[in-house]
Each structure stands twice: as structure tokens, then as C-alpha cells.
Write a protein that binds this ligand. Structure first.
Ligand SMILES: Nc1ncnc2c1ncn2[C@@H]1O[C@H](COP(=O)(O)OP(=O)(O)OP(=O)(O)O)[C@@H](O)[C@H]1O
Length: 453
């Protein structure tokens, strides 16, 4: 029996309002396990734990605010295939159209007659098959060496975009602060692309000695210059059929930017001293921590090269903007490096976890890794302390957020206030909103922003 046969034919049916006499429900119930819930029920935490392979999304009389919630919910469950039910009137809304075209497998226009419901049943079957294939291919593509950790909204968005850009062959510009994972992203794109069995060549443009940049990148023929005793293949040619990752692209000297542009336009290179071009077939990914548009304005970077490289863009957020990832990453790297310390080290003290949250992380994930490796070695007790991490003991006063930007400190305080109000109101949104003196809609937005729903 195939794996497919083991999958329960379950469908989550998301409706604006619960309707008992729904014709669709009656007819589908024979062959499908229907779990009917209201749009507002997606606020329930349990909804995020496991979802069936297929969802039916009823999009009538849904305002943009709830559509935004639905969109977030759907984006967070990329393995579920959705079929939308909508009306002629709703389809006039750009938000509905965007939700359907970007996040749904198919859609049906209401009202549905008996034949259409039959077609809907077939479509759900196809969506189930597609979801199954998608999960399988994701498992095939998982590569532990390039595992990226993160459950924050920013990282989930990034993972989704990464999966999309991996499937095409266009250049990607990865921008972001140092240590945020730009090279890891480039490797993950390559591993998930059709070029994954071919070379991945990473070149740090900032580390190439000026005099050798051209021969390093493009190679040279024997006798091309004094000391060129044999022919040498350059880094670009070495990436043929695979992926070339140009790290710190902003540091490439202007004269070499022209050569790079020519290679990008023509997919040809000419080794130093050669009389003929060599055709190559390479996907180019580039990364920078400097603002290239500024560099263009200041005359350090060619505008035409920027356009060539910046077809798709990915930007990993800095660690201080994704507090919920800090503990997750800390535990992940603790597991990875635990064997470097004594056997007695078991984990992090509460103060250490608090100190990790309070720190501003100018060096991002790289700094976190260094601090954890150091702590594992330095720790003399069972639990890692703030001092082992090289961080100050967190202050008793929760209103102090040393080292954080004002924006980040404000957000931490806002999140805490929302958490406290929700806890005091025992989850009652109306009461919590009243206590915070904001509208229910604002409170829903805050719950969404801090992923407290
Ligand atoms: N989300 C993540 N999950 C797991 N490891 C991560 C993550 N992000 C970064 N890392 C790790 O952090 C370290 C720094 O990442 P990386 O070298 O990719 O950053 P970078 O942005 O390219 O830095 P730089 O701009 O300084 O070159 C690497 O060891 C990488 O594996």
C-alpha cells in the first residue's frame, strides 16, 4: 500500500460563521472527515499544532482585518493545500484575489450546485495528493548541514521566500547585518535548487588581494603574467553548472565590477591571457552588509551591476528583532557544542536566558554561537550563568533593557503589557483590551505582531 493510502481524508473547513445546514458539508461528509471551524477560531493556540493536508476556505463576508489573520495563518502552514469558496462579489476585492492566487490550490465560485460540489470533491482529492507530494519533496530536500533555525514571523517569511527563490534560476541579492546568516541562506538556496549536485563556490570579494582579483575570479592562461607557470581555472569557472556566491560584493573594486557585469550579461568568461571566451552556466547569489544603493550614489558601486544582481532579494532580520528565536537558537547551539564542555553542563539558568533576551546582539547569530561555545567551556556548574556567557546579570527592574535600541525596548515593554493583560483577563479579549485602553482590533493586531495568539 502506498503512503498516500494512509493519509486520513481530513479537511479543515474554515467558515466566517458556523452553518449547520450547509449543502457543501452534507455532500462532502460521505467521503471526507470535515472539521468545521469559524474564522475567529484560528486564534486558538491548538489550531497551530497540527493541520490536515487539505483546507477549505470559505471567503464570504470577511473583512480585510480577518483576511489578514487568515493569510498569516495560511502562510504559517505551508504544507496544507487550500481550496477557496468565494462569491462573484468577493472576488472583486484585491485582498481576496491576492489570497487566492498566492495561497490557494484552487477556488470555486458560490453558490455551488450538485455538479460543482462533485467537482469540489475531486479537487480536494487532487489537493491532498499535491500536499503529500510537497511534503515528500521537502523532506527529500532537507539538508541538515544547512539547517536554519527560527520560528519568528520574520524567519518564517524568510523560509517561505527562500523555498520560492530556490526553484528559479534568477540572481538573488542577500542583504543584512553581519552574522545574520546570509551565507547560510545562499547555501540553503543552492541545496534546494536543481543545481544542488553541482558545485557551490563561495568567494569573499572583500578578502581578495587587489592584484589578484581578476585571476582569482576569471583564471589565467600559462604565461599570462610573471609567475603564471600553468593555466589556472578561476572561481567563476569552478562554479560552472552550479552556484557562485559572491560574499561582500560591495567590496569588489570598480574595475572588476565591469568584468563581472559582462559575465552576468553574457554567461561567458575570458581567462587572463586568453584569446577566446569560455561559455559558462552559473547561478549567481550575492551578499552584502552595506547599503549598495548608497554605494551607487557615492560612486563606489555600478548601478547597472546592482540591477543585474538585485533581481530577487532576501533579508534575514537582525537577531534583536526576533526575540522569540534567541532561546531556540541558544538551545540548538548548546546541543551542537555540548560535547566540547564537561559532562556536568546541563543547560541555561533562568538568569542566563533572561540575559540572552536583554542583550542587543550586534554580532547576531555568530555572536550568539561564540558566547554559547565559550559558556559551555567556562561553566563550572550544572547550569550556564550570565557570567559564563560574558553578559551582565539581568537587572531586577523589568523596566530596564540595557543595550537595546529604543524601538526594541518599547516593543519588549508593549509585549509584556499585552501578555499581562491577557493573563489577568483570563484570555478574555474584551476585558484585556479595556484594561490596556485600546480597541479590540488594536489588541488583535498586537497579538498578531508578537505572535501571542
Ligand atoms: N537561522 C540560523 N540557524 C542556524 N544557524 C544560523 C542561523 N543564522 C546564522 N547561523 C549561523 O551563524 C553563523 C553566521 O552566519 P553567516 O556566516 O551565514 O552570516 P553572514 O550574514 O553571512 O555574516 P557576514 O556578513 O559576516 O559574512 C554561521 O555559523 C551560521 O551557520
Amino acid at each position: 500500500m502506498s503512503d498516500y493510502a494512509h493519509i486520513a481524508q481530513s479537511v479543515l473547513y474554515l467558515q466566517p460563521n458556523r452553518t449547520d445546514d450547509n449543502e457543501v458539508i452534507n455532500q462532502l461528509q460521505d467521503n471526507w472527515n470535515l472539521n468545521v471551524v469559524q474564522h475567529t477560531d484560528i486564534q486558538e493556540k491548538s489550531m497551530y499544532e497540527s493541520l490536515p493536508h487539505v483546507g477549505l476556505l470559505h471567503l464570504e463576508k470577511t473583512d480585510d482585518f480577518h483576511l489578514g489573520h487568515l493569510r498569516n495563518f495560511i502562510d504559517q502552514h505551508p504544507d496544507t493545500q487550500w481550496v477557496a469558496l468565494t462569491s462573484e462579489e468577493c472576488i472583486n476585492s484585491p485582498v481576496v484575489r491576492c489570497l487566492i492566487t498566492e495561497s490557494c490550490y484552487d477556488y470555486f465560485t458560490l453558490p455551488l450546485h450538485a455538479d460543482a460540489i462533485q467537482n469540489l470533491a475531486f479537487t480536494l482529492g487532487h489537493a491532498l495528493g499535491m500536499s503529500f507530494l510537497q511534503r515528500r519533496s521537502r523532506e527529500d530536500n532537507v539538508c541538515d548541514d544547512y539547517e536554519m533555525v527560527g520560528t519568528s514571523h520574520g524567519m518564517l517569511k524568510l523560509f517561505k521566500a527562500l523555498r520560492r527563490v530556490a526553484l528559479v534560476d534568477a540572481p538573488v541579492l542577500i542583504t543584512g547585518e553581519s552574522g545574520t546568516g546570509k551565507e547560510l541562506i545562499a547555501r540553503a538556496i543552492h541545496e534546494r535548487s536543481f543545481r544542488h549536485a553541482k558545485p557551490f563556490i563561495a568567494v569573499n570579494c572583500g578578502a581578495l588581494p587587489d592584484a589578484l582579483v581578476q585571476s582569482e575570479l576569471f583564471g589565467h592562461e600559462k604565461g599570462a603574467f610573471t609567475g603564471a607557470v600553468s593555466q589556472k581555472i578561476g572561481q567563476i569557472e569552478a562554479a560552472n553548472q552550479g552556484t557562485l556566491f559572491l560574499d561582500e560584493i560591495g567590496d569588489l573594486p570598480l574595475d572588476q565590477q565591469v568584468n563581472l557585469l559582462r559575465f552576468l550579461q553574457e554567461q561567458n568568461i575570458r581567462r587572463l591571457g586568453a584569446t577566446q571566451d569560455t561559455p559558462v552556466d552559473i547561478r549567481v547569489l550575492a551578499a552584502t552588509h552595506v547599503d549598495l544603493e548608497h554605494a551607487v550614489k557615492d560612486g563606489y558601486f555600478r548601478e547597472d551591476l546592482l540591477y543585474r544582481l538585485n533581481v530577487l532579494q532576501l533579508t534575514p532580520p537582525p537577531l534583536r528583532e526576533r526575540h522569540e528565536d534567541i532561546e531556540l537558537l541558544a538551545r540548538f547551539f548548546f546541543g551542537r557544542f555540548q560535547s566540547e564542555g564537561t559532562k556536568t553542563v546541563r543547560g541555561f539558568s533562568q538568569n542566563a536566558l533572561l540575559a540572552l533576551q536583554r542583550h542587543n546582539w550586534p554580532g547576531n547569530v555568530r555572536e550568539l554561537i561564540n558566547r554559547i561555545r565559550r559558556a559551555i567551556v567556562m561553566c563550572e556548574k550544572r547550569m550556564i550563568s550570565p557570567a559564563d556567557l560574558g553578559l551582565p546579570m539581568p537587572s531586577e527592574n523589568p523596566s530596564e533593557y540595557p543595550g537595546q535600541s529604543l524601538k526594541s525596548a518599547r516593543e519588549s515593554a508593549e509585549k509584556k503589557a499585552v501578555q499581562q493583560a491577557i493573563a489577568q483577563a483570563a484570555g478574555n479579549i474584551t476585558r484585556a483590551a479595556k484594561q490596556l485602553q485600546v480597541s479590540r482590533i488594536t489588541l488583535y493586531r498586537l497579538l498578531d505582531k508578537y505572535r501571542l495568539n
